[in-house]
Design a protein around this ligand. Structure first.
Ligand SMILES: C[S@@+](CC[C@H](N)C(=O)[O-])C[C@H]1O[C@@H](n2cnc3c(N)ncnc32)[C@H](O)[C@@H]1O
Length: 199
């Protein structure tokens, strides 16, 4: 599949009504009784995880390059929940510094940042993590079917370990298997990461 053909509107349609991703649910559970704080959702898509955070009391800064994302994210939220949401339509490549947060979440989106811009984006993510804050998100590995896409970034296990060094890693689950994507059959090589900045 040519990644430049990706139709995010169709992807958003396919995601509407799905369950909240388990990586987020599990990471929130690891926080125990800690109260909700400020969360970033990078590449929030149609917004299932952003809405889940808002409904659970979080202040959320949601980001997506696709301007069609915002209306989807906001749908079904009440005025009070919307008052805790800030949506920014921006490419990762243009984000710069991020607000300090208690949780930085990004599901299946960071790999779409250009390889040239990814180190700066990762630096911004690490800088946004307050002491004790969590990062939860996916990175893709070199055996992924999309790994030869020049506009995307990929990391092997050693690379992932380097990126999370200095964090307390709760889990890095590696998927390396055939499966399905929105665009059809695909070999997935994915690292699902849940890690915490030490207090
Ligand atoms: C596979 S979707 C994931 C969406 C959502 N996080 C989820 O788990 O369903 C990838 C998202 O990243 C966004 N995206 C792709 N390239 C991007 C970029 N360079 N900067 C910011 N967002 C981007 C797309 O618009 C899309 O919403």
């Amino acid at each position: 599949m040519d990644m430049s053909d990706l139709d995010w509107t169709g992807y958003f349609d396919s995601q509407a009504g799905r369950r909240v991703r388990s990586l987020l649910v599990d990471t929130l559970a690891r926080r125990g009784a800690a109260p909700p704080g400020t969360a970033l959702d990078l590449g929030c898509g149609e917004g299932t995880e952003t809405r889940h955070l808002l409904r659970n009391g979080w202040r959320v800064f949601a980001y997506d390059a696709d301007p069609a994302s915002e209306a989807r994210v906001r749908a079904g939220l009440d005025a009070e929940q919307l008052s805790r949401l800030t949506f920014t339509a921006s490419r990762f490549e243009d984000l710069g510094a991020l607000p300090p947060a208690h949780l930085v979440y990004s599901s299946f989106a960071l790999p779409f940042c250009s390889p040239e811009a990814f180190p700066g984006l990762w630096t911004s993510i690490r800088a946004a993590l307050r002491p004790g804050a969590w990062f939860a998100g996916e990175l893709f590995g070199p055996r992924d079917d999309w790994a030869h896409t020049p506009t995307m970034n990929f990391h092997d296990r050693v690379g992932v370990e380097g990126l999370v060094s200095g964090l307390e890693v709760a889990s890095v689950v590696e998927d390396d298997r055939p499966g399905q994507s929105f665009g059809g059959p695909k070999h997935w090589h994915v690292f699902h990461i849940s890690a915490r900045r030490p207090s």
